[in-house]
Design a protein around this ligand. Structure first.
Ligand SMILES: [Zn+2]
Length: 297
């Protein structure tokens, strides 16, 4: 058996709720793996039909009227920039319910989909693409959007079912991915580090207010098992995010933090390993740690 030193023959599946999530969560790590030759498939659960238009310049009736098609075109552009493959799972965006009391979820939306049906569709994608590693959101969805929570649920269920020949026999030949990870996005440690990085450069930090209001609960930084160095790909991540033009505010503070500050303060994208069929390293810097060695070159 040869050791795989490049990413060749390795496959990564990232399951996301909406078009644009792949460009904000793990996007730089994705771009790095693509550059190494890894085959990356993003599965997008919904079409993002109920997303808001966050770009003031594009908040126009003709945009809202065609939002589904526009978001598909934006996804095509982001896919090209990231160098990934992408598949739609075909569910309809649930929207982010707002108000007190919260309004009911719209009929036919992803969050209300039949679990068995939704997991079956994802199992079919897993068995067709045969990823070694899968990524998704934590049990809170990373942030509590009903589609993100549903994305979490079906990803975990599909990871557990895909290798079992008795489950979803119509969905293809069984295939068991070796590892499952949750994204660990913003946490207090990271935001503090970026905040201090801005101040050290004599720049105004956009994080001060956020940090002041940060509730003292368990910091998700403590859950990180795997830090993937990908600072060289932050620019690719931002380009991909900008391709989702209706969904990002180009004046937003995200784009005001210079890449050089980000690369110095927090040059990784971080993950929590939650399932593994290989012996995990104590501290990982690679989603394929333990897998890379076992895949034939
Ligand atoms: Zn989303």
């Amino acid at each position: 058996m040869d050791t795989v030193t490049s990413g060749e023959n390795l496959r990564l599946m990232a399951v996301h709720a909406h078009p644009d999530d792949e460009s904000s969560k793990g996007a730089a790590a994705t771009a790095k793996y693509v550059a190494e030759g890894t085959d990356v498939l993003v599965v997008t659960c919904t079409g993002g039909e109920r997303g808001s238009v966050l770009n003031k310049a594009l908040d126009r009736p003709e945009i809202w009227e065609n939002i589904a098609e526009i978001r598909r075109a934006e996804m095509d552009a982001a896919r090209e920039i990231l160098g990934i493959r992408q598949a739609w799972l075909g569910f309809v965006d649930s929207g982010l319910p707002e108000g007190d009391p919260l309004p009911p979820l719209p009929e036919g939306c992803f969050a209300l989909a039949d679990m068995d049906e939704a997991v079956g569709r994802l199992v079919a994608q897993v068995r067709a693409f045969r990823p070694h590693v899968m990524t998704t959101y934590d049990e809170n969805g990373g942030y509590p959007h009903p589609d993100h929570i549903m994305c979490h649920k079906i990803s975990v269920a599909a990871f557990d079912a895909a290798g079992d020949p008795d489950r979803y026999p119509e969905a293809g030949e069984p295939w068991q991915p070796q590892k499952l990870y949750y994204h660990v996005g913003f946490n207090k440690e990271r935001v503090t580090s970026l905040h201090e990085g801005m101040l050290a450069e004599g720049l105004e930090s956009p994080y001060a207010e956020w940090l002041e209001k940060w509730e003292d609960r368990e910091d998700r930084a403590a859950l990180i098992t795997t830090r993937v160095p990908c600072g060289d790909y932050f620019a690719v991540r931002d380009d991909a995010l900008r391709a989702h033009a209706t969904q990002v505010d180009p004046e937003g503070f995200w784009f005001r933090v210079p890449l050089s500050v980000q690369q110095k303060a927090w040059p990784t994208e971080d993950y929590q390993l939650v399932r593994s069929f290989v012996d995990p390293d104590a501290v990982e810097d690679d989603l394929f740690a333990g897998v890379r060695e076992s895949v034939d070159a």
